[in-house]
Design a protein around this ligand. Structure first.
Ligand SMILES: CC(C)(COP(=O)(O)OP(=O)(O)OC[C@H]1O[C@@H](n2cnc3c(N)ncnc32)[C@H](O)[C@@H]1OP(=O)(O)O)[C@@H](O)C(=O)NCCC(=O)NCCSC(=O)Cc1ccccc1
Length: 135
């Protein structure tokens, strides 16, 4: 089957990051930190942040860390994402921190904590990722 969709996007393009509007402030193999000023467009009809936005943040932060650790050996892809929403948020700046739980030959598990400006946990997630070899 043919497709007009490009197989890969340029390194700097990330539509989800652009839509959500978050910023990576630390990106190492051991820790990733994101800051996110909640934009109106991610609030659902009750006025609180849509759960899917937390899932996407968790996915983005964990994937960045896992990719940094796997490095030149290839790429990583997420294979599961479990995110719990603990406290409703309407506005403000959230902090997202991802750290590794396990990093193996074939898979990685990362956990992510999302906190508000008062350091209260508003969401927490775990992402399992597959390490894919370049060859
Ligand atoms: C309320 C509960 C689910 C359970 O709370 P518990 O485990 O029993 O814990 P606790 O009692 O300690 O309260 C903790 C805090 O919870 C709040 N709060 C508690 N009770 C009420 C209440 N009666 N009414 C209002 N708020 C209440 C309050 O801030 C409280 O803090 P405080 O004590 O004031 O300092 C909480 O975990 C929560 O809101 N999670 C986030 C959910 C979320 O944001 N989901 C994503 C968006 S939905 C989506 O995307 C799907 C969708 C799409 C489109 C359209 C429609 C839907």
């Amino acid at each position: 089957m043919t497709s007009d969709v490009p197989q890969a996007l340029p390194e700097h393009v990330d539509g989800v990051q652009d839509f959500l509007g978050f910023t990576f402030v630390e990106s190492t193999p051991d820790r990733v930190e994101v800051v996110w000023d909640v934009p109106d467009r991610v609030r659902q009809k009750q006025g609180i942040v849509h759960g899917g936005a937390y899932c996407a943040l968790v996915e983005a932060a964990a994937s960045r860390g896992a990719a940094r650790w796997w490095g030149d050996r290839g790429k990583v892809v997420g294979v599961s994402n479990s995110t719990d929403f603990l406290r409703p948020v309407r506005t403000g700046r959230l902090s997202v921190v991802a750290t590794p739980v396990a990093r193996g030959r074939t898979q990685q598990l990362w956990e992510v904590a999302i906190t508000d400006s008062e350091s209260r946990l508003v969401a927490t997630g775990r992402v399992r990722l597959q390490n894919l070899r370049a060859d």
